[in-house]
Design a protein around this ligand. Structure first.
Ligand SMILES: Cc1ncc(COP(=O)(O)O)c(C=O)c1O
Length: 474
């Protein structure tokens, strides 16, 4: 069998560690299976399992969840009714995932182990079936998380001190990842339309790329603005980058979340010139709420880019077996789950728009296109609360009285506030919900807040009612 031949040849390659060996073989073997599955037009037949009732939600308090338990840990004096910060979901995962993990748990040995042999084939099949996007199976790499893959890429393609372009507002941890690579962010602030959609400032984008930036992180769909970038927009970004030798780093982790009639267009599917100058990053972690499994993947149609990432030190690790089993099951059986989840999340977004328009007109929001993250315009609320002045006063008080806070890594410092973090504190203190300040997302984020809608309607209603009561009491 071709797979075994591949393994045997690699096993005896001098200087190749067992983990590196299997990590590489994992994603380059199984060609026949990939072709067979990829050629199928429909999803593989699922084993009979009950469906997930998204409306039932999932109580995550007491599970060490970051969204609920960590927020409570750092705010012990606060009541927290609803965590809506970090981007994960309060839903059960796909039952086939849980069943497969339970089955694996029954095997009481955890030695080195191959991933499910059809995992790469299922990555290829999922992308083809759902998005008509071709993923070159031989060029897929494991990645612990999407950000780990992005970091490897920055390190491999850039130099310390380089600038990395982001369309802002954009995902806050990109800034951290860029700094981890000892690089700097270059922000091209987007233009917000009257309907709340964000558009690229093309003159600025082109000027920055033409000015010498060689790395552009695309977020498609974009967290936190919710843009499902159209093919035309993506081509325009790609043409500018290709004309100036700028690599497109396409983070498409949110691609499975598309609301209403919107569409996700895979960047690498736009044509050869775009595919050849890009690397794409994906996982099942957002789509099926598997983030704690730390299992992602990346690929490029350009083999030399993959080799460059590998030479740059990307770990060819085997990932945790449970994560790969979970991802594999999700990709095999998850079509209906994603469709039903998107329908539920679309209704959540509509519900939020209506609730805010009718009952909290101070906050502005229109149903967005992709992701489950609502980007709320809270500028009038921020002005009403005079957050900048209040943040300065509170910081001064804390400084004078040596009031400190200790972060997750044990670093203690004076508890200081910005306008955004004061607004977050105000919402937690008064509405007992946790949402993220827009300033974390770069230029254009001041006065906005990101609310995670991936919860059941009852919990969402509770959060919105709390917010309404808090604002009415100002
Ligand atoms: C756009 C985007 N990329 C990456 C991540 C993090 O992915 P991972 O945990 O796989 O590194 C997130 C999480 O919120 C995200 O929104």
């Amino acid at each position: 069998m071709k797979y075994n031949t591949e393994i045997n040849r690699r096993f005896f390659m001098k200087g190749t560690g067992a983990a590196a060996l299997v990590g590489t073989a994992t994603l380059t073997g199984c060609t026949e299976q990939a072709e067979t599955i990829a050629q199928e037009t429909g999803a593989p037949a699922s084993t009979a399992m009950e469906k997930v009732n998204f409306d039932a939600g999932y109580n995550r308090v007491g599970t060490n969840s970051i969204k609920f338990d960590m927020i409570k840990m750092f705010n012990p004096d606060n009541q927290l009714d609803v965590g809506m910060g970090i981007a994960d979901m309060d839903f059960r995962t796909l039952p086939q995932v849980t069943a497969a993990l339970k089955k694996r748990l029954e095997t009481e040995n955890w030695g080195y182990e191959l991933p499910p042999l059809d995992y790469p084939a299922n990555i290829v099949a999922w992308n083809k079936r759902r998005y008509d996007a071709d993923v070159p199976q031989g060029n897929i790499l494991n990645s612990v998380g999407v950000l780990d893959g992005v970091l490897s890429t920055l390190n491999a393609f850039g130099q310390e001190g380089d600038h990395v372009l982001l369309l802002t507002p954009n995902y806050s941890s990109f800034f951290t990842t860029i700094h981890q690579a000892n690089m700097h962010e270059a922000e091209s602030e987007m233009i917000r339309n009257t309907d709340g959609r964000y558009e690229v400032d093309w003159d600025d984008f082109e000027a920055q790329v033409a000015g010498g930036i060689k790395l552009f992180i695309l977020c498609n769909p974009q967290n936190p603005t919710g843009n499902c970038w159209t093919a035309d927009e993506l081509r325009k970004m790609g043409d500018i980058c290709n004309n100036h030798g700028c690599l497109v780093i396409a983070d498409e982790i949110h691609c499975d979340f598309v609301l209403g009639d919107n569409k996700y267009v895979a960047y690498a599917s736009l044509g050869e010139q775009y595919a050849q100058n890009s690397i794409s990053y994906k996982s099942t972690s957002k789509s099926f709420n598997l983030a704690s499994h730390r299992t992602g993947y990346m690929f490029s149609h350009n083999r030399s880019y993959i080799d460059k990432v590998l030479k740059g030190g990307h770990q060819r690790l085997l990932l945790n077996i449970m994560g790969m089993i979970a991802s594999n099951e999700a990709l095999k059986y998850g079509d209906d789950y994603i469709d039903e989840q998107n329908a539920y999340l679309t209704e959540n977004a509509k519900y939020t728009e209506k609730f805010l328009a009718e009952r909290i007109p101070l906050l502005k929001y229109k149903v967005h296109e992709g992701t489950y993250l609502a980007w709320l315009d809270c500028r009038e609320l921020a002005d009403k609360l005079d957050v900048i002045t209040k943040a300065a006063e509170l910081t001064q008080y804390n400084t004078e009285n040596n009031i400190t806070a200790t972060d997750f890594f044990g670093v203690t410092s004076i508890k200081s506030y910005t306008g955004g973090s004061y607004l977050k504190k105000w919402v937690l203190d008064n509405a007992r919900i946790d949402i993220n300040p827009g300033e974390n997302y770069g230029k254009g984020g001041d006065g906005f807040m990101r609310m995670n809608l991936a919860t059941n309607r009852a919990t969402l209603t509770k959060a919105l009612q709390n917010l309404e009561a808090a604002i009415n009491a100002i």
